[in-house]
Structures are given as C-alpha cells and as structure tokens.
Design a protein around this ligand. Structure first.
Ligand SMILES: N[C@@H](CCC(=O)N[C@@H](CS)C(=O)NCC(=O)O)C(=O)O
Length: 202
C-alpha cells in the first residue's frame, strides 16, 4: 500500500490526498509534525532532504513534489481516462499550464497565505504582498479567457489542474484580488467536487 508523508494543514499534501481519493487508490497517511519541526530532523531529512511534505512511499521508492507524485501515480496505473493527454502538443500545453499554476498563482498565493497565517501584521512585507495580489489578479484575467468558454481549465473536465489549484483557491479570499465571474464560478465548481470536499471539508 502507498504511504503518504503529510501534514493536515499542508496545501501541497492536500493535492495528493485529493488525487488519491479521486483515483480510489488505497494509502496510509504518515503524519509529519511540521509544527514540531519534525521535518527538519534527520529521520525525515533522510526521506526528503528538502524537509518538505508531501512525500510518497511506494515500496522502497520515495518521491517528493506534489505534481511529480500525481504524475507518477497517473502514469503507473494507466487509467482508462488518463489525466495527461497522449498527444505531444496537448501534453506540452498542459505542462505549461501546470507551471503557470505553480509560478503565477500558488507561489504568490503562498507569500500572502504564509504572512497572514504565521507572521504578525507589523512584520508583513506589504509591498511584496501587494505585488503578489497583482500577479494573481493578472493570472485570473488570463485564465478567465478559458473559463468564459469552458467549465474547467483543460479538456473541459475536472482534471489535474483543478486538483493542483483546489487547496489554494480555498484561500482565495485572503489574496485580496478581483475575481472575474467565470473564475469565481469555476472556484465554486471545483470546491464542490466530491473528492475535493472530502479532503478540504472533511
Ligand atoms: N513544491 C513542493 C512544495 C512542498 C511544500 O512547500 N510543503 C510545505 C507544506 S505545504 C512544507 O513541507 N514546508 C515545510 C518547510 O518548508 O519547512 C510540492 O509541490 O510538493
């Protein structure tokens, strides 16, 4: 059975939980106490030298990075309705969109999330946070062009991008950015997916 090193408040871990439930794959969760800095201690650093969750354990094989884990499982199981297309250029566009999700939304989103959750307001780097909000706003304007026509970001069905975005769009209110209506509707749709709800609102 798969083992997933994880923490209940970890947005990146939640992506993998959503995926595992979406695919009905059996797994066991191994709690890593980030709050007690267990991830910075030797036993966990032997599992992931970067000291981050999630990490998947498949037998002796260890794999970190949420999107790499999902891609590995998806390719390993060869499901009938694969989340990654076969066709070269479609696959390339999906990779592009995954990278943009990480760099244009999740990264600036994490800057704001981390500050608002863990840093006293007097120590906020407000310029950096404002720049991050602007960057997210621009990203939303760009994905709006797809979501004005389709219900989901790729192939017009719930897929890998929604799984990667879900734990982050849950916190979109704190990002203080204008959300275009088609994007707002998509957020509601994604957060209403059964496997997403199971993980985000257990
Ligand atoms: N790019 C990684 C990011 C993983 C990550 O940043 N995990 C956070 C929890 S959400 C973590 O373990 N942080 C602990 C630390 O940096 O000390 C992924 O996609 O899995």
């Amino acid at each position: 059975m798969y083992e997933l090193y994880s923490h209940p408040n970890s947005t990146y871990s939640k992506r993998v939980h959503i995926y595992l439930k979406f695919r009905n794959l059996e797994y066991e969760t191994i709690h890593v106490a980030l709050d007690k800095l267990e991830n910075r201690k030797k036993p966990f650093l032997a599992i992931n030298p970067y000291g981050k969750v999630p990490v998947l354990k498949d037998g002796e094989f260890l794999l970190a990075e949420s999107s790499a884990i999902i891609r590995y499982l998806e390719e390993k199981h060869k499901f009938q309705n694969p989340l990654f297309p076969e066709e070269l250029q479609k696959k390339a566009i999906l990779s592009q969109m995954i990278n943009q999700c990480e760099s244009e939304f999740c990264f600036p989103g994490s800057v704001i999330y981390f500050a608002k959750k863990f840093v006293p307001e007097e120590n906020w780097e407000t310029k950096r946070m404002k720049d991050s909000s602007k960057r997210i706003g621009r990203h939303f304007d760009i994905i709006e062009t797809i979501l004005a026509k389709e219900n989901y970001l790729f192939g017009n069905q719930f897929g890998i991008l929604e799984i990667l975005y879900a734990p982050f769009i849950e916190n979109v209110a704190m990002m203080e950015t204008k959300i275009p209506k088609p994007v707002e509707d998509w957020i509601i749709r994604v957060l209403d997916e059964p496997t997403v709800k199971q993980v985000l609102k257990p």
